[in-house]
Design a protein around this ligand. Structure first.
Ligand code: HEM
Length: 349
């Protein structure tokens, strides 16, 4: 394979993994825009189509065997590990997409959905390996590697083939997916919409262990405010007069649409009279679980006491949880105890 083609393939794969990681990570925070998730899928198919060429390059490099250079030997291990991780990530992505295998996949005693394993391995294993590989095996691309007529035709060809395979994958997925379980463009599956508390729960390892007693619980609004607030459960119930229909979309692969009832955060911030230099808020739940928002982002937040006609159950964050329509579920802090208004100086403390 010529040097041009070697650099062409390696630079393309580097760019695609960058696109996959950036679109993937963005999608872990924000459940929109949908085209971003399609860009992720199309980039994934472009990567899959390049695997045979990358395999030729890798096998040739491996064929030169190990030698006394520690760096080279370490990089062989890193490259092989990165290749295996990439294949595993692709398999988990397609298992989830095509609705194949069990809902939860247990590996080494840990049970996650295929999409959970997909991004977990991508973030915590592939990303560091990929960064090391790119740093030590930088392809040194040249402009001519992408400008020649042949190279441009190859790029167009890859683009067309990626969109075509993405299209085929979508058709296959529609046929393989459970007709009774709608899917969202985020890849999440619909569960328990408008069924009140009867929807799934995703909690971190040490979450949900502390059951809050409404008789001793209160919500404190602290930080850069003129009038710090301490509200009892009775207070927040009395103020729970607003409703919002919002989709809770968990990165674990499920989503639910519910009518949430509670207090608009802006009402409480107005009551507490935030200082002019305030720049944002931090929602704090039990077990040190927090999420931060700018004041603009905080405008959409509802502090919910009810889901549907039902009081929130403990598993869903009783007595109070955040509803943040434009964020993925892990920002919807449960078991709220404090809302701190922050300024530039306090946020770094
Ligand atoms: C931070 C990292 C990542 C996140 C959060 C992420 C997330 C996602 C999501 C939500 C889907 C849609 C699943 C569905 O429609 O059911 C998906 C599909 C997919 N992703 Fe990723 N991904 C990440 C990284 C990667 C990487 C590094 C690769 C490649 C090595 C990759 C390859 C795929 C593939 C092959 C699919 C299925 C394509 C299809 O739907 O037709 N992803 N990913």
């Amino acid at each position: 394979m010529s040097g041009t083609n070697l650099r062409f393939i390696n630079t393309l794969i580097l760019s695609l993994l960058l696109v996959l990681t950036l679109t993937g990570v963005y999608g872990l925070f924000f459940p929109f825009p949908s085209f971003l998730f399609e860009i992720h899928r199309i980039a994934a198919w472009a990567l899959i189509l390049l695997i045979p060429w990358k395999a030729i390059i890798s096998l040739r490099s491996l064929g030169r065997g190990v030698d006394r250079r520690l760096d080279r030997n370490v990089m062989i291990v890193v490259s092989v590990a990165a290749s295996i991780a990439t294949i595993i990530i692709i398999i988990f992505g397609l298992l989830w997409k095509w609705n194949l295998g069990e809902y939860y996949l247990w590996i080494a005693g840990y049970g996650y959905t295929a999409i959970g394993w997909h991004w977990g391995i991508a973030l915590y294993l592939l990303l560091p390996l990929f960064a090391l590989h790119a740093w030590r095996r930088w392809p040194h691309p040249k402009k001519t590697d992408f400008s020649g007529r042949r190279q441009v035709l190859k790029l167009i060809g890859l683009g067309v083939a990626s969109v075509a395979t993405w299209g085929i994958s979508e058709v296959l997925a529609r046929n393989l997916q459970d007709k009774d379980v709608p899917r969202r463009f985020t890849g999440s599956r619909e569960e328990g919409s408008f069924a009140g508390n009867d929807h799934p729960v995703t909690s971190g390892p040490n979450q949900g262990k502390i059951k809050l007693d409404p008789s001793t619980w209160n919500l404190r609004l602290t930080g850069a405010v003129k009038t710090p607030l301490t509200l009892s459960y009775a207070d927040v119930l009395a103020l729970s007069i607003s409703e919002v229909t919002a989709i809770l979309d968990c990165t674990g692969g499920w989503y639910t649409t519910q009518i949430w009832r509670g207090i608009p955060l802006t009402d409480l911030l107005a009551r507490a009279e935030i200082h002019d230099e305030a720049i944002g808020i931090v929602l704090k739940g039990v077990s040190e679980y927090t999420a931060s928002f700018t004041l603009i982002q905080a405008e959409e937040i509802l502090l919910a006491t009810y889901v549907g006609e039902e009081v929130l159950e403990h598993k869903h964050g009783y007595p109070l949880r955040a509803v943040v329509p434009s964020r993925r579920g892990w920002h919807w802090v449960k078991w709220l105890t404090e809302i701190e208004v922050i300024t530039i100086s306090t946020q770094s403390v």
